[in-house]
Ligand binder design. Sequence first.
Ligand code: ATR
Length: 280
Amino acid sequence: MAEAMRKAFVTGHPIKHSRSPMIHGHWLAEHGVDGSYQAIDVAPRDFAEFLASMQANGYRGGNVTIPHKEAAFAGVARRDHAADEIGAVNTLWLEEGTLWGGNTDGHGFAANLDDYAPGWASRGPAVVLGAGGASRAVIHALKTRGLKDIRIVNRTLARAIELRDRFGAGVSAHEVAATAELLGDAGLLVNTTALGMQGNEGLPADPTLLPDHAVVNDIVYVPLETPLLAAARARGLKPVDGLGMLLNQAVPGFERWFGVRPKVTAELRAIIVADLVRKP
Ligand code: ATR
């Protein structure tokens, strides 16, 4: 009997704007894999049942996005180290019948900087704007890459302090009013807040206060060039947009479900950029 078609999914609520089916669909075609990758809208109250029936429904695994990342963290049998550190799961897979949850967001973040700003991890202190779920993935990646001075700035200071306590040595928490001072000797500025997203136009920090060698990364990718990245470019700093994080976080899941490690190519990026232009 031929092996059954390999099936994977992305689940969220809503899910119709997800670019993941386009990314994985591209790789399935590129590698000639007999597989599918489907977007499935699951309401929060149905998520536990969805997880429980995943294997019976023939899925090898899938991606989990907003608002299910914490429920997935709680609902899996085993977790990888990154998921434990971040406190959220974005990738599910089965291993000999056991449901595993991992988190590849930190990998996606670091791989994107590797692609566009090689040497980024040794340029000096990092300033991270925001203290939500995305910020946890970024801080995990920064610690994994050996950064020793990570400065979290958040509108709600208490949330930054929570993350400082969670991640420990080398991580500090600051009020927005301290940002200018923190940027003066920073080698990396990362925006994880919603400021600068389409419909929320604003500058989360002033990149002209950074030193000349600093890298500026926005994890937002709609629009592709946020006001922060535009200001960084105008200042002559290296801007890195957020699309590469999305593309790179998809790599480990595809490899687990379909058995091939795919590449993030200029061709794939161009396909997603064209879609972002059509449907921002
Ligand atoms: P995510 O999972 O994308 O990180 P989140 O957990 O909702 O989303 O976190 C959103 C982050 O953006 C938070 O740091 C939030 O600041 P607060 O903790 O003070 O709420 C930040 N944020 C959202 N809108 C903002 C705004 N208008 N100005 C400043 N920070 C904002």
